[in-house]
Design a binder for this molecule. Structure first.
Ligand SMILES: *Cc1c(COP(=O)(O)O)cnc(C)c1O
Length: 408
């Protein structure tokens, strides 16, 4: 690996960029030049605005701005911003490239997973009929109007479907699902992380869709890693598969992927920007995000996932050990089976010995210096390390120990 001094020497040998880069370039996470806040050519907007930044020991939470984009993504965004292109041309070509990479029939970049859910369903309802697309969401004449899902899969994000004007039909068993199917049934919707709680599993769900000729869609928003999931569900037979771009893929937070059948992706595009009289017009994806999404995906596919995992695990272990050294504290390392499938830490403690609940500890972590964001409830604290910058675990561990020991 090239060290910082060599890098700086190499960079300053380039006449065009030497002066601009100055002395504050460091090796970024991916081993390419990265900007630091110390660089005088960058304004410290957050500080100027009084917006507090924090160490993200929580995970890929939307309200916490999701993830930090990788350097490849920033390069692609920067590249894209310099020239005009036709948005549909770019979407066509990027979609083809993504479909090739993920070995599926077709793909398109959406404005997040939520947008993929809405656009995918809109495409199912209207096909490529512009007149029908203009009727959504208030007039579904001549279109189907119901989506069936399992009760245990019914979470807030299902609102993305309601945005198209459909009615959600909730069922629990396969028999109930079949009984609920009628000539108004447009689609069957599956929440991947709801799988353990639902009675109808993937295979049977797909089989029922095929048996009745009704498209199936799966929400896999937070379900990478593992990498295999990007391929698994299209190959399994779901007609549409939706991912967030700004979670584990480390792309733009306002981007996502819709993968699946060619005709349905074409229908989704009919309902998307730049077309104005559509439910999707407000889900515009700009050229920067479109290329950024592609760059994020390429980076993700080519990464050494074992090395990433090892790093996250070592960071979790470091924080675990600091917590475990405090009397009365019980840290547990676990890996959720599905959704945010990464090394995670659950810290609980004897509240007779340590007289603070989870909310109070979280608040102290958040209000301290540096500010550290975690998740959890009254009973415990939840931590992941996959969204940390390497090294930040060394700030999280002592701070947590200090708070739990009653020294802060
Ligand atoms: C995050 C999430 C979404 C929304 O994804 P965005 O990319 O933020 O639009 C949808 N469904 C599930 C299960 C999620 O976790």
């Amino acid at each position: 690996m090239i060290n910082r001094r060599t890098l700086l020497r190499n960079l300053s040998a380039l006449p065009l960029v030497g002066g601009f880069i100055g002395s504050n370039y460091l090796l970024g996470k991916d081993g390419v030049a990265d900007r630091t806040l110390g660089d005088k050519s960058y304004r410290d907007y957050y500080k100027e605005l009084g917006v507090r930044t924090f160490i993200n020991a929580a995970g890929t939470y939307t309200a916490m701005s999701g993830c930090l984009m990788r350097d490849d993504v920033l390069d692609a965004i920067n590249y894209a911003s310099k020239q005009y292109v036709n948005i549909d041309d770019l979407q066509d070509k990027v979609g083809e490239r993504i479909a090739e990479l993920l070995e599926c029939e077709a793909a398109t970049v959406t404005a997040g997973c939520f947008s993929a859910l809405s656009l995918g369903l809109a495409g199912v309802l209207t096909g490529t009929d512009a007149k029908k697309a203009a009727m959504l969401p208030t007039d579904l004449t001549g279109m189907k109007s119901e989506v069936i899902l399992q009760k245990s899969h019914h979470i807030g994000y299902a609102h993305a479907l309601v945005n198209c004007g459909v009615k959600l039909i909730l069922v629990e068993t396969a028999a109930e699902l079949e009984a609920a199917i009628n000539d108004q049934t447009a689609m069957l919707w599956f929440l991947n992380y709801g799988n353990p709680d639902g009675q109808i599993k993937h295979d049977e769900f797909i089989r029922l869709g095929k048996k009745h000729g009704i498209p199936t869609m799966i929400d896999c928003a937070a379900d990478v890693p593992p990498k295999e999931n990007l391929f698994k569900y299209t190959k399994m037979g779901f007609d549409l598969v939706c991912f967030s771009g700004g979670k584990g893929l480390r792309g733009p937070q306002s981007a996502g992927l819709l993968l699946g059948r060619k005709d349905l992706i074409a229908g989704a595009r009919q309902n998307a920007a730049p077309r104005g009289d559509t439910v999707g017009r407000g889900m515009k994806v700009n050229k920067e995000e479109t290329l950024g999404m592609l760059a994020a995906l390429e980076n993700f596919l080519s990464r050494d996932h074992d090395a990433d995992w090892k790093l996250w695990k070592a960071q979790i272990q470091h924080i675990h050990d600091a917590a475990a050294s405090v009397d009365g504290v019980k840290p547990e390392i676990h890996v959720p089976e599905i959704a945010n499938h990464v090394p995670s830490l659950k810290i609980s403690w004897d509240m007779n010995k340590i007289k603070m609940d989870g909310n109070e500890v979280r608040e102290k972590l958040r209000m301290g210096h540096p500010s550290i964001q975690t998740v959890g409830d009254k009973e415990s604290l939840g931590i992941t390390t996959w969204m940390l910058n390497p090294g930040e675990e060394r700030a999280v561990a002592p701070r947590m120990k200090e708070i739990l020991s009653g020294m802060a």
